[in-house]
Design a protein around this ligand. Structure first.
Ligand code: F1P
Length: 307
């Protein structure tokens, strides 16, 4: 079996291991999340959820810190890098540390460079992945952060979402679609950005992501019957109206929400780790339908190393 698929299917079992991982956010601390690619998206989702719950947090790409040598004001920088070796993130860690800010490295790889630089590290080596694209580890690290605000045991729910994703996505004629739009507000805008990245990385698709109501302000012009719109909704009336309008224009929608096609519990945003499962599975299934091997995505390496 493809190890990318295996690393999605094993998410429920891995979430069990989080019970032994302690990580708590403090209200009076300024957090800065730093990362590249999926790891940046993970930081974006987490900082958004923290801000919505009264915490102080910001996010920046590792490349921006490395390029401009500028560090947003913060007390603790949390550097996310699954491999622990991405050049921009390793360099950003050194710059931030030199600025006198406490650094915490979050990685899935033992003895990686990031943990040698950062003041502290959390190494989720049980979530280490062979896949080039980040899947299960994304859900694990995000669940750890969510638990840092309010504890949830996601393992049982994640199995239900995985089974439902398989059932529903297998009813979609994926060969019909060559344009994927992801929509969502707040933390779900981050989920949408990550969903778009998965469809790019694994299935080489044309993708975009927006806030739902922004979609009508221009991007909807490119909608055709070959468009699949994935909306991580909050079940608002306006989002339901938008889904109706999108269908009237001939496209297909897939709603991920408590009342949606793929149901996730409504935990006031804390359900967000579960929302990644359907979009990772969709990326994998579209890649297979295209005849691609998601284990060896085009032009990509597991960790981007600059000279
Ligand atoms: C960061 C990253 C991944 C992306 C690809 C290239 O890796 O951008 O998010 O999917 O694998 O590297 P890391 O710093 O989290 O190891």
């Amino acid at each position: 079996m493809s190890y990318t698929l295996d690393e999605i299917i094993r998410i429920p079992g891995m979430l069990e291991n989080l019970k032994n991982v302690k990580f708590n956010f403090l209200k009076d601390t300024n957090y800065l999340f730093v990362g590249c690619g999926s790891s940046y998206n993970l930081g974006f989702i987490t900082k958004t959820l923290l801000n919505l719950n009264g915490y102080k947090a910001d996010v920046v790409t590792s490349g921006h810190v490395m390029l401009f040598n500028k560090v947003p004001k913060s007390d603790i920088a949390i550097l996310i890098t699954r491999t622990g070796e991405t050049t921009e993130t390793v360099k950003a860690a050194q710059i931030i540390k030199n600025a006198g800010i406490k650094t915490i490295g979050i990685t899935c790889t033992k003895n990686s460079t990031i943990s040698k630089i950062c003041d502290d590290s959390i190494i989720l080596d049980f979530a280490e992945e062979k896949s080039v694209v980040m899947t299960g580890s994304f859900v694990l690290i995000l669940a750890m952060f969510v638990n840092g605000i309010k504890y949830h045991d996601f393992s049982e729910e994640s199995q239900k979402v995985l089974d439902l994703s398989d059932k529903i996505i297998n009813t979609i004629n994926l060969g019909k679609y060559e344009h994927f739009v992801f929509l969502g507000y707040d933390e779900n805008l981050g989920v949408s950005k990550e969903g778009a990245l998965k469809l790019q990385e694994m299935a080489l698709q044309y993708v975009e992501y927006h806030e739902p109501l922004e979609y009508r302000h221009g991007p909807i012009s490119r909608l055709t019957e070959k468009t699949l719109v994935v909306i991580n909704s909050k079940d608002t009336a306006e989002e339901k109206k938008l889904i109706k309008d999108i269908k009237k224009l001939g496209a297909t929608t897939l709603e991920i929400s408590f009342e949606g096609d793929i149901s996730v519990p409504n935990l006031n945003g804390f359900e967000v780790p579960l929302r990644l499962i359907p979009i990772q599975y969709l990326g994998y299934k579209k890649a297979i339908q295209m005849g691609y091997n998601p284990d060896t995505p085009k032009n990509l390496s597991k960790s981007v190393k600059l000279e």
